[in-house]
Design a protein around this ligand. Structure first.
Ligand code: ADP
Ligand code: ZN
Ligand code: ZN
Length: 684
């Protein structure tokens, strides 16, 4: 007997011999331990057993069977396969993402540990079905649900009506319109019918604020799944979901789509427009919203997508009546949406009125808020002190030795850091090019803003929230907690501060520079800017405090800025869609990026040309490139990108087969040793 085993490496599967004493135990969905190559040990999952001996290869035996019962069910296998096919990656990559780390011990030590624990019935164990210690009441409303507003009741009715004919519905409600409360009612309804619910949130929005809010209603029937949890915690949730008494509600981040479900009835994707739903690195480069819709489809379940600023992909389908569409235009308790005032920084600069990054109008608004003891959020979408430093004498700029980028100055730690690979260097005392010792810093990051505030408002207390100050989950929660208990007046942050946070006393939001986002060379930059700025503006005036947003920009009279200030999503959508259609971009076409990576730039150039040529022979002018991406070298590997713009009706299967065939041709070229090819489907 033989078994095809998926291992957590970029291949579909490998065939192993099943020793006769294991024959009754090697089942599809069970984990086994195998060796690969000379001395690698892996935990894999049995895909299938058969009696066809593979030809011409040495066949190794399975070393150990870890489970008595399958730990991956048929629905998960189908879902894994869909991900592998759609996102063009080997099944092994999906398995790696799909199982919590603790289920894939890979070195001898970890394996011994897991087998010791297994014998002692410990954490590595998937054989026994735990009876959860907590009490579960299936539809357990610990607290009565909140008294709906008429607008919420209407929205709820519309969602249920839409679900009669549509599998997916978009809830498009302005910030603070009470969407979360609607989710809660809907979840309650599904749980009462004995159905499971998966509630997806962007990682950054999964805070104790929201967990506690839901815990009060759903008590122990809710499980939380966060990527920052320990391996053991994630294993616990997985085990529980695979047991006969699973959580009825999972509140989780994108990877929770890989948990086992048994009777999923509803998937909620909150903040569906959020880019972080797309996994960028490593493969599988899946989009949790789209994969969540597919997961729901496999269970004949419904999907509710919620946001104040829909992605074009979703809004387009709602507009075409493929998805249901429900709108909430008023904030809860008829709170006013914040007023957005535009400040022309080009003008202010010309008149020499700017104090660092601050216009007189922003300073005035902040001063008034501070006098009224209200809080302020400042949004600057760049961390560090300055984007880079430059020698005043000769113009030399320090760059990362491994990546094609300048190093960012971090003044607090006196370092220069690469934001792509983490390379860190000291600030040089003298310029290595001309030996002079005067540098100037170019560009503004959150650290510089912090320093300028200390000068303009020496009395005010500040908190800074960016990647550097939130290395751990605890630090992140602490900043949120400190700010919501008013232990600081001003919160300065990158786009982290734009994500669904709910603070009661914020009356002023300052957007220091809208232009960096607008000017990114990306066909989505206007859509993104609209989303991000509307979201950050939505942090103002959420609870009985009138909100004011000061938006500083050099393009004060552009259409996009007007659309943002008037909260005119439709105009923005309409204008952008015309361009998208004209230039064959999503949602009118499906994009696939083909990436090639190699250490040798010249060789890569040649290989990328070759691959593009072969692709063109099949796909014609749907193929663009190869091009150097904006960051053309990361961690010492050079990168080329080939873009495919496929018609929506093109068969995904055929496209996949063609791509894989061409990839294999390329990799079999003798000069293509060490060439790495991968895909990004529906890239963001
Ligand atoms: P959104 O998710 O649209 O941003 P939320 O659901 O968080 O909005 O609601 C905004 C605020 O209004 C929250 O503080 C919430 O507690 C409150 N709220 C919303 N709906 C109700 C309700 N039906 N009863 C009481 N408070 C509500
Ligand atoms: Zn110099
Ligand atoms: Zn680097």
């Amino acid at each position: 007997m033989f078994a095809d085993i998926t291992l957590p490496i970029p291949f579909d599967s490998f065939t192993y011999l099943v020793p006769s004493d294991m024959e009754s135990r090697v089942m599809r969905g069970c984990r086994v331990v195998v060796s690969l190559g000379k001395n690698k040990i892996y935990t894999g999952v049995v895909l299938r057993t058969h009696d066809k001996a593979p030809e011409g290869v040495e066949i190794k035996p399975i070393l150990e069977v870890l489970d008595e019962h399958p730990v991956v069910n048929e629905q998960q296998f189908a879902f894994w396969q869909w991900i592998a096919n759609y996102y063009l990656c080997p099944l092994g990559d999906v398995m790696k993402a799909g199982l919590p780390g603790a289920m894939k011990p890979k070195d001898e030590k970890a394996l011994k540990e897991s087998s010791r624990k297994r014998k002692g019935k410990g954490a590595g164990d998937m054989e026994q079905e735990d009876t959860p210690s907590s009490n579960i009441s299936l539809a357990s409303s610990s607290l009565p649900l909140a008294p709906f507003s008429p607008a919420q009741q209407t929205a709820m009715n519309s969602i249920e009506e839409a679900f009669l004919t549509k599998n997916v519905t978009l809830l498009h409600g302005v910030t603070s319109s009470g969407k979360t409360e609607i989710y809660i009612h809907l979840i309650d309804k599904y749980l009462r019918q004995g159905k499971q619910v998966l509630y997806l949130l962007p990682e950054i929005a999964l805070t104790t604020q929201i967990t506690e809010r839901l815990r009060r209603v759903f008590g122990d029937s809710m499980g939380v799944y966060h990527s920052k949890f320990t391996d053991a915690q994630r294993l616990d949730v997985y085990k529980r979901q695979a047991s006969s008494l699973p959580y009825q509600l999972i509140l989780g981040v994108r990877s929770s789509i890989f948990l086992p479900f048994q009777n999923l009835g509803l998937v909620i994707v909150d903040e569906e427009h959020e880019q972080s739903y797309k996994q960028q690195e490593p493969a599988p480069r899946y989009h949790a919203r789209n994969a969540g819709i597919m997961l729901a489809h496999m269970f004949k379940a419904k999907t509710l997508l919620g946001t104040a600023t829909p992605s074009f992909e979703v809004y387009h389908l709602a507009h075409k009546n493929r998805y249901g569409y429900v709108r909430l235009t008023q904030r809860f308790r008829d709170m006013q949406l914040p007023t957005i005032e535009v400040v022309d920084t080009k003008e202010a600069k010309r008149k020499k009125q700017m104090k660092g990054a601050f216009s007189p109008r922003l300073i005035e608004a902040m001063k008034e808020a501070l006098e009224r003891k209200e809080q302020i959020i400042l949004f600057q979408n760049r961390r560090g002190f300055s984007s880079f430093i430059e020698c005043k004498t000769c113009g030399w700029v320090p760059r990362c030795p491994h990546c094609d980028v300048t190093l960012t100055l971090h003044k607090k730690t006196s370092t220069l850091t690469c934001h792509y690979c983490g390379y860190t260097a000291h600030i040089p005392e003298r310029c290595p090019a001309c030996e002079e010792n005067k540098f100037m810093d170019i560009g503004t990051g959150t650290e510089k803003i912090e320093e300028q505030i200390a000068q303009i408002f020496p009395e005010a207390t500040t908190l800074r929230m960016d990647l550097d100050t939130t290395k751990t989950r605890g630090q992140y929660e602490r900043i949120i907690n400190d700010f919501s208990t008013h232990q600081a007046d001003i919160l300065i942050g990158t786009q982290m501060v734009t994500k669904g946070l709910d603070f009661d006393h914020v009356s002023v939001v300052g957007i220091l520079d809208a232009d960096t986002m607008l000017n990114l060379p990306d066909f989505r930059s206007y859509e993104r800017t609209f989303q991000t700025l509307s979201q950050v503006a939505g942090r103002a005036g959420r609870n009985n405090t009138a909100g004011l947003v000061i938006l500083q920009t050099r393009s004060a009279d552009s259409d996009i800025i007007r659309q943002i200030t008037q909260n005119d999503y439709w105009q923005m959508f309409y204008a952008q869609m015309t361009e998208r259609q004209l230039f064959h971009y999503p949602p009118f076409r499906r994009l696939i990026y083909v990436y090639l990576r190699h250490k040798d730039d010249h060789l890569l150039e040649h290989l990328a040309d070759e691959m593009a040529q072969r692709l063109r022979a099949v796909f014609g002018d749907r193929v663009l490139g190869p091009d150097r991406p904006p960051i053309a070298r990361i961690q010492s590997l050079y990168i080329r990108k080939i873009m495919l713009k496929m018609e929506l009706q093109a068969s995904a299967d055929k496209v996949r087969q063609t791509l894989i065939a061409i990839q294999q041709q390329m990799l079999s070229l003798p000069i293509a040793k060490n060439l790495n090819i991968y895909y990004d489907v529906d890239p963001l």
